[in-house]
Ligand binder design. Structure first.
Ligand code: NAP
Length: 606
C-alpha cells in the first residue's frame, strides 16, 4: 500500500510534548552511572583484541638516523601531509605507523560490508592528482585502502617509511633545533619537524561485561576482523560461519554494515542491541560513466567545497552531492557547528529545527515499519532521540536482515547492555543465548591523539611536557602548533575545524602545513613556533565563538557524542564552521606568518 501522507500532514500529526517525553524516557533507560568507565581498553589481558591480524610482524634494527620531517600516522591525514610536502620540495620525509601499511582506519577496519558512508567523490582525496575514479558512489573499504597505497606510491612515501612502530617519546633538542624520537622498536631517530596525525577513533574498546574473559568461544573486534575464523572477505562469503551461532554486539555505523553479512552467512545471528541507530536510505550504485565523462579539471575541489559548505550551513545555489547528509544538514547543526540563519531569533530557530528533527525521525521510524515484518522487532528497532544524538546511519540491507528466520534481535536497553558472559553464552537479564562466536562492534576510545592521551609523552623546550602546558585544555594557534613546542604540528579537529567529511578538513590542514613549512624553508627560519601572544589570542577566540550545545547533549541518549550521558562535548573546534575557518587560514597565509616563524620575520632573509 502506498503511503500518501504528505510532509505537512506528518508535521501536523506530531505531538512535540509526547515526543520529548518519550525521548527522555528512552534516554533514562540507558543512562549508566559509570559513563565512559563502562568500557575496557583493548590492552593488557585484552590486548589480543587489538593485535594486527593482517600483517606479520617483521624485526628490524633500531634507527638512529635523521630526517627532515617525521609524519606520525599513515592514514589520510599523514598521507596528504606527505604528498603536499613532497610537492613543496621536501625530500626527506619519514612516514610512521603502528599498522603494517598505509590506510589508517581503512587499514584496520576490513570487516565484511565495509563501505564509506560519505560519497567517495568527496571523501577519497587526491582523485584528480592520482587520476583515479571510485567504482561506487559509496566506496568499499578495500578500494579506499588501496587508494591510500596509491597515494603513498605516487608521492614516494614508502621511501624511509617505518611501519609496526609506535612513538613512545618526543624530546625537543634545543641545541640541534630538532626532535629526538624514541619508539617501541628502540629507535632514537631525529627529525627537524614532527607532524602528529594519529587520528581520534583508533583504539578499539570493549564493553566491561562481567565474565567477558570467561567466554571460551571465539571472539574479536570488528576493527581486527578474523577472516582466518570466518573465511570469506569484505565482500562476504564467510563459509566458516555456516555452522556457527554468532552474537554481534553493537548497532552503530559499523554494526549496520556488518550485520547483513553475518546474517547471511552464520547458522544463527543474535544482534545484541542497546540503542537502535537511525537507518536511512543508502542508494549505493556504480559510478555513472556519463557523469565521469562530464567531469572537468577542478571538479573534485568544487564538489568537496560544495558538500562542506552545505553541511556548514552556508548559502549554496546547488547541491552537487544530493544525499542523506546534505538533505539533513540543518539537523546536523546541533553537533557540527557552522553558519546559522540569523534572520530568525534563536528560540524560533530552535523551535523550527526541533520540529524538522521530529519529522525526520518520524520518517526514519516509519521506514522501520515498512521494512520489518514482525511488529515487535520493528518496535525495538525504532530510534527515539534527536537526529544528531548518534551518528546517522544509512543502509538498504540492515533492517531487511531482521526478516530472516535465522536472525534474532535481542534488546538489551533495559539491562544497560549485556548483563554478563559465561563460558558458552551471552546473558541479557534472565535470558541466556548460547553462541560459538561473539563479535564486538562496540567502537573506539575517543581520544584527541596520543599527545593528549599521554601515550606519547612530549617534552618541549626546557623539558616541559605538553600535558603540563595544556593542564587546563589544549593551547594552540589554529589547532596546529603550541608555544614551547617548536616544529611540532597536530592534525585534528581540536581548536581547528570539524566536519563529517573529515578528510576534507585534513586536506586543508595538509595544505596549510606545507605552506608554512615551505615559507619557513624559504625565509631560513630556525623553527616554527607560535608566540605566546598568538596562542593566547587563538584560545580566546575559540572560547568566544564556542556554541554551548550542552542542553542538546543532555537530552540525548548516551553515546560517545555526549560522553556517555555525562554531557561532555567533544573537544572544541572553531564554531563558525570549517568554511569560515578555512577562509581565516587562507587570509593568515597571505600575511608574513610572523606569528610562527622564529626568529621573527624582520630578522629573516625574506
Ligand atoms: P559506535 O558508534 O561507538 O557504536 C558502538 C555500539 O556498541 C553502539 O551501538 C553501542 O550501544 C554498542 N554497545 C556498547 N556497549 C554495549 C554493551 N555493553 N552492550 C550492548 N551494546 C553495547 O561504534 P562504531 O559503530 O564502530 O562506529 C564508531 C565511529 O566510527 C562512527 O561513529 C563513525 O564516526 C566511524 N565509522 C564510520 C563509518 C563510515 O562509513 N564513514 C563506518 C563505521 C564507523 P549504545 O549506542 O547504546 O552505546
Amino acid at each position: 500500500m502506498t503511503d500518501t501522507t504528505t510532509p505537512a500532514d506528518r508535521i501536523a500529526a506530531l505531538d512535540p510534548d509526547a515526543l520529548r517525553e518519550r525521548y527522555r524516557h528512552e534516554r533514562d533507560r540507558r543512562l549508566r552511572p559509570d559513563g565512559s568507565a563502562q568500557y575496557r581498553r583493548a590492552a593488557g589481558e585484552f590486548g589480543y583484541y587489538a593485535k594486527d591480524p593482517y600483517t606479520e610482524r617483521t624485526e628490524r634494527a633500531p634507527l638512529t638516523d635523521r630526517v627532515e620531517v617525521l609524519v606520525v600516522g599513515g592514514g589520510f591525514g599523514g598521507l596528504l601531509t606527505g604528498a603536499r610536502l613532497r610537492e613543496a620540495g621536501f625530500g626527506s620525509i619519514r612516514m610512521m605507523d603502528e599498522a603494517g601499511d598505509f590506510g589508517g582506519t581503512w587499514y584496520w577496519n576490513r570487516y565484511p560490508g565495509i563501505h564509506c558512508d560519505i560519497e567517495a567523490s568527496v571523501y577519497m582525496p587526491l582523485l584528480e592528482e592520482t587520476g583515479y575514479l571510485p567504482t561506487m558512489r559509496y566506496a568499499p573499504g578495500e578500494e579506499i585502502r588501496r587508494h591510500a597505497v596509491r597515494i603513498a606510491e605516487q608521492y614516494g612515501l614508502y621511501r624511509d617509511a617505518v611501519f609496526q612502530t609506535r612513538v613512545t617519546e618526543l624530546t625537543w633538542d634545543e641545541d640541534g633545533a630538532e626532535w629526538l624520537v624514541r619508539t617501541d622498536r628502540g629507535d632514537a631517530m631525529r627529525a627537524r619537524y614532527v607532524v602528529v596525525s594519529s587520528g581520534t577513533l583508533t583504539q578499539p574498546k570493549l564493553p566491561g561485561i562481567p565474565g567477558i574473559e570467561d567466554f571460551r568461544g571465539h571472539t574479536f573486534h570488528t576493527s581486527r576482523w578474523d577472516y582466518g575464523y570466518t573465511g570469506g572477505s569484505a565482500d562476504g562469503g564467510m563459509t566458516g560461519l555456516a555452522d556457527k551461532r554468532v552474537a554481534v554486539v553493537g548497532t552503530g555505523a559499523t554494526g549496520l554494515q556488518v550485520i547483513p553479512h553475518v546474517a547471511r552467512d552464520a547458522a544463527h545471528l543474535y544482534v545484541m542491541q542497546r540503542t537502535p541507530s537511525s537507518v536511512d536510505v543508502r542508494d549505493n550504485r556504480p559510478t555513472d560513466p556519463a557523469w565521469a565523462a562530464s567531469l572537468r579539471p577542478g571538479w573534485q575541489r568544487e564538489r568537496m567545497e560544495n558538500f562542506l559548505a552545505i553541511l556548514s550551513g552556508e548559502d549554496v545555489a546547488e547541491d552537487l552531492v544530493g544525499d542523506g547528509w546534505t538533505s539533513t544538514a540543518r539537523l546536523q547543526r546541533q553537533m557540527i557547528t557552522g553558519a546559522v540563519d540569523t534572520t530568525l531569533d534563536p528560540a524560533e530557530r530552535e523551535r523550527r529545527d526541533e520540529l524538522a528533527d521530529f519529522a525526520k525521525m518520524d520518517l526514519i521510524r516509519a521506514r522501520v515499519d515498512e521494512v520489518v515484518a514482525d511488529p515487535a522487532t520493528a518496535e525495538a528497532l525504532k530510534p527515539w532521540y534527536r537526529y544528531m544524538c548518534k551518528r546517522p546511519g544509512f543502509s538498504d540491507q540492515y533492517l531487511q536482515a531482521f526478516n530472516r528466520d535465522d536472525v534474532t534481535l535481542v534488546d538489551t536497553a533495559d539491562h544497560s547492555g549485556i548483563t554478563r558472559m559465561t563460558e558458552t553464552s551471552v546473558v541479557v537479564g534472565d535470558a541466556e543465548y548460547e553462541v560459538d562466536c561473539v563479535i564486538f562492534a562496540t567502537g573506539f576510545e575517543v581520544g584527541v591523539s596520543g599527545v593528549v592521551s599521554g601515550t606519547m609523552p612530549v617534552h618541549g623546550r626546557g623539558g616541559t611536557t605538553l600535558l603540563e602546558a595544556w593542564g587546563r585544555g589544549p593551547r594552540t594557534l589554529h589547532g596546529f602548533f603550541s608555544h614551547g613546542f617548536p616544529n611540532l604540528f597536530h592534525l585534528g579537529a581540536m581548536q581547528n575545524a570539524n566536519s563529517v567529511n573529515f578528510v576534507h578538513i585534513l586536506t586543508e590542514q595538509a595544505e596549510h602545513l606545507a605552506a608554512v613549512l615551505a615559507r619557513a624553508a624559504k625565509t631560513g627560519a630556525r623553527y616554527v613556533e607560535p608566540t605566546a601572544e598568538a596562542e593566547q589570542a587563538w584560545c580566546d577566540t575559540i572560547l568566544d565563538v564556542t556554541v554551548d550545545n550542552s542542553a542538546f547533549l543532555a537530552e540525548c541518549t548516551p553515546g560517545y557524542y555526549n560522553g556517555e550521558g555525562t554531557r561532555r562535548a567533544t573537544p572544541t573546534s572553531y564554531s563558525p564552521g570549517p568554511v569560515a575557518f578555512h577562509r581565516l587560514l587562507a587570509e593568515w597565509r597571505e600575511g608574513d606568518m610572523r606569528d610562527v616563524l622564529v626568529p621573527p620575520v624582520d630578522e629573516l632573509a625574506v
